[in-house]
Design a protein around this ligand. Sequence first.
Ligand SMILES: Nc1ncnc2c1ncn2[C@@H]1O[C@H](COP(=O)(O)OP(=O)(O)OP(=O)(O)O)[C@@H](O)[C@H]1O
Ligand SMILES: [Mg+2]
Length: 259
Amino acid sequence: MDNVLTAEHLRLTLGQRQLIDDVSLTLNYGEMVALIGPNGAGKSTLLRLLTGFLVPSQGQCYLAGKPLSQWTSTALSRSRAMMLQQTLLRFDWPVEEIVAMGRAPWGPKRMCDIVHEIMMLTGCETLFGRRYSTLSGGEQQRAQLARSLAQLWHNGAPEGWLFLDEPTSALDLYHQQHLLRLLKTLTAGRALHVCVVLHDLNLAALWADRILLLHKGKLVAQGAPQQVLQAEAIAKWYGAEVCVAAHPGSKTPHVFLSP
Ligand SMILES: Nc1ncnc2c1ncn2[C@@H]1O[C@H](COP(=O)(O)OP(=O)(O)OP(=O)(O)O)[C@@H](O)[C@H]1O
Ligand SMILES: [Mg+2]
């Protein structure tokens, strides 16, 4: 497995605060990994470290065996993309121009056919010609997914590492299912490898191959959904009262909040 992404003993300290505390992990080829944890646990910060947008105070991330710091910015941009939790854009372009921005690491050619194909794939086909600022929150989120996939598009499909920070937070039920099914299909082809932050534990249970649970900057649990999503563990790490039962269709864990 020469294309795995590994993190070894990552720490990030800002002032007196330890935001990430000795996190080591491996993200495997063709895997769909969900990163979960309470507000402020460090999920967005960890994604920034894994993608090289933040430099750890200690430790190192390796992609395909090479430290992230030794990758050129172009090679890294063609190999990994990140969809942020919130994206504020200063310019108000049509959606297809926003998606085409993802092609920047591949040179000046705009590749209209690729942009068109990705917009169809991500449910953005109705958004052609619309100014980004006029889109609803969920529509903007779909456009950002399309931009991230455009960045990794190579020979007809996305290839590499895709990191998504709460990509379903503004999506309706149909689009949540559409996005997660799409990511699952793309990872099953083993060319795309996904790490996705999710607050909805039931979405993580249905679609993740593996779940990582972060709490106060530490990785406190990891494994298959059945191993991680247990009522006692959720009560312990989230402080929430829940019960967990099997999903009637998939038999994966389903988390119910107690009233
Ligand atoms: N630049 C910064 N300076 C100081 N503290 C920061 C900075 N960035 C993040 N933090 C703090 O680090 C902690 C982790 O933040 P992070 O955004 O990674 O959490 P998160 O797990 O993504 O939370 P959420 O679920 O709310 O998105 C938080 O307590 C946050 O306030
Ligand atoms: Mg976050």
